[in-house]
Write a protein that binds this ligand. Structure first.
Ligand code: 5GP
Length: 186
């Protein structure tokens, strides 16, 4: 029997990567999938560790040869989950977690029916709005656009198997670890 596949998605600004890092600290047996992306590395990001940084042509090849479990365009760049490593880890009994945006989560739903899709939600709309406004240095127009996107993203929660509210990072992570260690067939 293959180990669980848990997909964490949710609106931008909800704190997905912070919660996922807490999951990895709490459960060192879990493997976080390394995505391929066409975006440029940010300072401190290591190729093969945070992402596999690829060219547009390389990304095209990954799609054409069916090597991506899902992929999506986000903020002008492409991101995708390599299929092989996810399958290998699961077959060896290692639980796998993906941290991806919504369009990708929908594709996983279609391609991997046994995946558990988790929507990470903010404690309230006000909290998400405050996070998206950040330090308040951005133009109001850009902020309004992000809030509109977040509103659309929030309305996707009904498509998910579980909703985890990110009130407390460690608590949210504990819930996810429970899903990753739940071997009940789905
Ligand atoms: P960032 O550029 O800030 O690292 O990521 C931007 C967005 O892309 C985040 O919402 C992140 O969850 C999402 N993302 C990262 N990797 C993947 C992937 O492989 N597939 C999809 N669909 N989204 C991804």
């Amino acid at each position: 029997m293959t180990a669980p596949l848990v997909v964490v998605s949710g609106p931008s600004g909800v704190g997905k990567s912070t919660v996922v890092q807490a999951v990895l600290r709490q459960a060192p047996d879990v493997w976080l999938s390394v995505s391929a992306t066409t975006r440029a590395p940010r300072p401190g990001e290591v190729d093969g560790e945070h992402y596999c940084f690829v060219s547009q042509a390389e990304f095209d090849t990954l799609i054409a040869t069916g090597r991506l479990l899902e992929w999506a365009q986000f903020a002008g760049n492409r991101y995708g989950t390599p299929r092989g490593p996810v399958e290998e880890h699961r077959e060896r009994g290692t639980p796998v977690i993906l941290e991806i945006e919504l369009a990708g989560a929908r594709q996983v739903r279609a391609g991997e029916p046994d995946a558990r899709l988790v929507f990470l939600a903010p404690p309230s709309w006000e909290v998400l709005e405050a996070r998206l406004r950040g330090r308040g240095t951005e133009a109001e127009e850009a902020v309004r656009e992000r809030l509109a996107t977040a509103g659309v993203e929030m309305s996707a929660q009904g498509e998910f198997d579980d909703i985890v509210v990110n009130t407390d990072v460690e608590e949210a992570a504990r819930t996810l670890v429970g899903f990753l260690h739940d071997n009940t067939p789905r």
